[in-house]
Design a protein around this ligand. Structure first.
Ligand SMILES: [Zn+2]
Ligand SMILES: [Zn+2]
Length: 361
């Protein structure tokens, strides 16, 4: 596993702003749209996105820092649970919409009317459990849909629209300006390229009517906050005779009381006693489907991470699941009975090492 800081070319002490700007620069340079067919760039782009997904998120970054500093980070326990480090942060998708929307969007400017209707974005909130299982959510929204009377043509049923004589169906007209030919939308047909001679009475020739629409949106198991589900053709109706846009449903996922999410991995804090940490133990932890026993190795320190393969969040691709990462938390009793105190004192008398020795050398 490559060091995520070196992937972004920043120091481990870099602040959030420096990380963000390093990521943006690298992501732009290596974006697949800017390097078509370049698999090396694509690979770099994936690494960069992955690194930023971790380092760009304060919580994931501190978990990564802790793991990076831990002597167990690369130890791979073999058999049973393995120590985190191999891939607790694998398979993370990043939505680049906000970054590249402006850079890679279709060109606008003066031209024929849009060839399709506008896209719509709407948000649904689901619970953590629903996100783990997948859920179908009913939504309702007001939008323009193709007129059912004229089926979106705008022409009264039985009549048809004719080609605009001014622009001959192109929707634009050229105009000489300083030696250049400049295209402007045709004023005669409004850029549609066609003229409706007898408009549909229900939509007045627009080809669409507005109203409330209901859809059942299937959200896949493993959805994360920010996941976009696309309903093709369910956006706004376009101008008469054109395709509708798409409807994008942006998912917001509620929090779990037990787990936090790191990509497809789930992280759970597992309290253990000092005795369990020192001597090792088998402890049961809850997973999405029942309990599983993990082995706490003897001599475990607070914060040690143990991974249970395949017990994390389901992958949206439908193939398998991430890992469940157990973060050990040593709990210290607030009060001790007399016999407990005596036993601990006996232990203390036998433990002659000074844990603070290194502070003074
Ligand atoms: Zn109509
Ligand atoms: Zn025209």
């Amino acid at each position: 596993m490559k060091d995520l800081y070196s992937v972004l070319g920043v120091n481990a002490t870099a602040d959030a702003e420096a990380i963000k700007s390093a990521y943006r620069k690298l992501a732009r340079e290596n974006h697949p749209d800017a390097n078509p067919g370049d698999t090396a760039a694509e690979e770099r782009f994936k690494e960069i996105s992955h690194a930023y997904d971790v380092l760009g998120d304060a919580e994931k970054r501190s978990a990564y820092d802790a793991e990076r500093a831990s002597p167990f980070a690369r130890a791979g326990a073999g058999g049973g649970p393995r120590t985190g480090g191999g891939g607790p942060f694998g398979n993370i998708d990043v939505d680049l919409g906000d970054l590249f929307g402006s850079v890679f969007s279709r060109g606008g400017g003066a031209g024929p009317r849009p060839a399709r209707g506008a896209d719509i974005e709407t948000e649904v909130t689901i619970s953590f459990d629903q996100a783990m299982e997948g859920v179908t959510v009913p939504i309702a929204l007001d939008k323009r849909d193709a007129c059912s009377t004229c089926r979106g043509s705008g022409a009264k049923p039985g009549t048809s629209s004719s080609l605009c004589p001014e622009c001959r169906g192109r929707g634009v007209r050229g105009r000489e300006a300083g030696g250049f030919s400049v295209n402007r939308p045709c004023a005669n047909c409004g850029g549609a390229g066609t003229i409706i001679e007898t408009p549909c009475e229900d939509c007045g020739g627009a080809g669409s009517t507005s109203g409330r629409k209901r859809y059942n949106v299937k959200i896949p198991a493993g959805a994360k906050s920010g996941t976009k589900v696309r309903l093709r053709g369910k956006g706004q109706a376009g101008p008469a005779g054109t395709e509708p846009g798409d409807l994008f449903v942006v998912v917001a996922v509620g929090e779990s009381e037990r787990y936090t999410r790191a990509g497809d991995n789930l992280v759970i804090e597992v309290p253990i006693t000092f005795a369990e940490a020192a001597m090792g133990a088998k402890v049961e932890i809850p997973t999405l489907d029942g309990k599983v026993a993990i082995t706490v190795p003897p001599g475990s320190t607070d914060g040690r991470r143990l991974a249970v393969r395949g017990k994390g969040a389901p992958r949206m691709s439908g193939s398998g699941a991430g890992d469940l990462i157990a973060t050990l938390r040593i709990v210290v009793p607030e009060k001790l009975g007399k016999r407990q105190k005596d036993a601990l004192q006996k232990f203390a008398d036998l433990d002659k090492r000074d844990p603070r020795e290194a502070l003074f050398t």
